[in-house]
Design a protein around this ligand. Structure first.
Ligand SMILES: NC(=O)c1ccc[n+]([C@@H]2O[C@H](COP(=O)([O-])OP(=O)(O)OC[C@H]3O[C@@H](n4cnc5c(N)ncnc54)[C@H](O)[C@@H]3O)[C@@H](O)[C@H]2O)c1
Length: 253
């Protein structure tokens, strides 16, 4: 019988797998035969992700990780390589959102965004590359906010834009080693992550009304609708694709 699963036996390390987009993606990659090690700061959420995956016959384990800590990031990646006997894919998805007008935005908030969003992608790339010497795939989660601005989003947009720039240079640098690097840019996905933006917009009703106006498909997306994009970028279906952003935004951009 033809094998329809796209990641059979692929060894994946990922961050931000405790909920929402990361959890949905971890579940989909596992269904497609990947073996996963998940790093997150949220131990309870990650434990739930692991039990959802193992309940359906998948392979996944957890390493408690604060992605702002280089030692912890290296430990996550090296532990994943030890547990899985090597690595084929890195998915760096952990993220933080803060919202507010630029005049009120605190330097500490700006720095927190950069410490989690682009800096942890850099740390992931730095420490996974030595494990991908036979080739592999790196996928980062940026955002529609990296390429399309909105009020109150200067810090978040800047931090996600940095991921896009980083990923393009990294793709050029790692192409000779047959390591592909691509970035997914979700639009409005309905998760509690957006609460700072929702508050800035004046509450849930205002946000939903804005979504109806600006999203051609007329609704927010779901985590599952992002997971399919990550599966594609991580798999051999994207074997001739590197240095790209894949925008999944209901048509906004
Ligand atoms: N929800 C959206 O509309 C949307 C849109 C565009 C991009 N994104 C991006 O998608 C990714 C996932 O977002 P989500 O909506 O699933 O939100 P989420 O809050 O459920 O996911 C973020 C994950 O990152 C983890 N994390 C945060 N800080 C961490 C740290 N210091 N160390 C380790 N883990 C840490 C959280 O515990 C969580 O599991 C994020 O990178 C986010 O920026 C989301």
């Amino acid at each position: 019988m033809t094998e329809l699963r796209q990641l059979v036996g692929k060894r994946v390390v990922m961050t931000g797998g405790a909920a929402n987009i990361g959890r949905a993606t971890a579940q989909l990659l596992a269904l497609h035969g990947a073996h996963l090690v998940i790093g997150d700061i949220d131990t309870a959420g990650a434990a739930e992700t692991i039990s959802l995956i193992t309940a359906t016959g998948g392979t996944a384990s957890f390493v408690e990780t604060d992605v702002t800590d280089e030692t912890a990031m290296k430990n996550l990646i090296d532990t994943a390589a030890d547990r899985l006997g090597g690595l084929d894919v890195g998915f760096f998805n952990a993220g933080l959102q803060r919202s507010g007008p630029v005049t009120d935005f605190e330097v500490d908030e700006w720095d927190a965004l950069f410490r989690v969003n682009p800096r942890h992608c850099f740390l992931g790339a730095k420490h996974i590359t030595p494990h991908l010497q036979g080739g592999g795939a790196i996928v980062f989660t940026a955002s529609l906010a990296a390429i399309k601005g909105g009020p109150g989003m200067t810090g978040y947009s800047a931090s996600k834009g940095a991921i896009v720039g980083f990923s393009k240079a990294l793709a050029a640098e790692l192409a000779p080693s047959r390591i592909r690097v691509n970035t997914i840019c979700p639009g409005w996905i309905d998760t509690p992550f957006n609460q700072p933006a929702i508050d800035f917009m004046g509450g849930r009703e205002s946000q939903e009304s804005a979504v109806r106006q600006v999203v051609p498909l007329g609704r927010q997306g779901s985590p599952d609708e992002i997971a399919g994009g990550v599966l594609f970028l991580a798999s051999d279906a994207a074997s001739y694709m590197t240095g790209q952003i894949l925008v999944i935004d209901g048509g906004v951009s």
